[in-house]
Design a protein around this ligand. Sequence first.
Ligand code: 9PG
Length: 476
Amino acid sequence: MTSRQWTLPVSPAGLRVLVNGYQSWSEAELRPIEDTQATPLMRWRQEQGHDPAFLPSGAPGRWRSHTLIALIRPDGGGWVGCAQDATRTFTHWEAHSDGAAVQVWYTQEGPEVPVAWEETPDVIRSVEAQAARLGQNMGARTPPPLRVWCSWYSYYRNVTLEAMIDNARQARQYGLEFDVFQLDDGFQADLGDWTEPSAHFGGHARDLPAALTGLGVTPGLWLAPFLVAPTSRLFAGHPEWMLRDRQGNPLLAGHNWGGPYHALDTTHPDVLDWLRELASTVRGWGYTYLKLDFLYGAALPGVRHDPAVGRAQAYRMGLQALRDGAGEDAFLLGCGAPLASSIGLVDAMRTGPDVAPFWDEESRRVWLGDATGPSARNALHTSLSRWYQHAWYQPDPDVMIARRELSLLSRNERHALAGMLDVIGGLRASSDPIAMLDAEGLELLRRSLQISAPDRPVTLTRSFGGAVTHFSRGTF
Ligand code: 9PG
């Protein structure tokens, strides 16, 4: 474990800190250093939304960040630090103000990697340059962005084969230009039993690609390939494949789908074979776009088959097996994933929590310290604070919402969400049942599918006339 420490020759007054959360859903933000970084009060949110080995601090004036950190003076200059490799190493940053002085230190979990640290007159440019170098070092894939229709944010787990085909047909009728139609969670019998259908789906996931291709769109499929439900056939057949806790029990990797679930141990050679086989099977069904979700499961702290392999490396071995099975030309979208350690293996990455058909859930965000939950506000806040990650993959800031039914968003909020997603750039997605859209909704969606060039913070202020003030140089 390497560590280094600096004392900055600056007063904390007016100093801001840019922090990056561990995985897709963890908060990233730019805040006055004297503020307090929220930490989740509920234990089950700690492993599901964060790195349980390096949680947000929860203490006034103390900020924790993964891979990259920046401290920004009112004049726009300051300090930037960024790991230059994340293939086998997680890099942890901490900045602390005691009211008089500011200290920064970092620790590494895994083999030593080069770390850039510099004082700069232009923090934004330096953040972008250091992040870009990390991307280059890890062979970042940045294909053109895609326009995706995803079943999750309207049908949730009740999606059916028929709903997928109906929506693809209606999108075509209305001339909506989607590249991909992606089936989300709900088609499978259980977590781990991906090749067996759920009772309500009304068919089999392998029957969908031909219909979608016939309608002129690329078939996409959601998987949470590292997760295993205790009720699944996979768990019954291979209990020895699970990541374990210190007592030797299958590790609890989180709580969702009405119960707890486990994660695969990706240092086990048979697990890697199974992952390759899974990705190649769904590719064989015709899915060339895969949304690989809850990927943090393979990187949790735990007892592994090969104890010499660290968490970041174990994670990447699992992801590499999926890439090998899906093929070099498959489009892989990571989600719920350790960010920097995915560079080079995924084409796109969710860079924030889920959008929801409401703006904010203050009780959960403020009182429970959990800004990883679904809301339009959380999704935008975090994806905006990761603008420099364009150099790592295509960012996916999640869906816009144009429908008025099944939504609490006001008209202004629907338009603001769509506008901000366009500013963030990257993938463009929608989940609205096409039949639910009125004329204004269809127009908003149509406009949203015209992707403008990925933007940068300097132009953020131009687009919003200074509304996004925390990104403007003037306020740094
Ligand atoms: C499917 C969904 C969608 C969505 C993903 C992900 O921490 N949590 O409990 C948690 C649950 C679900 C979730 C994110 C976090 O959503 O982001 O797009 O695919 O899974 O179940």
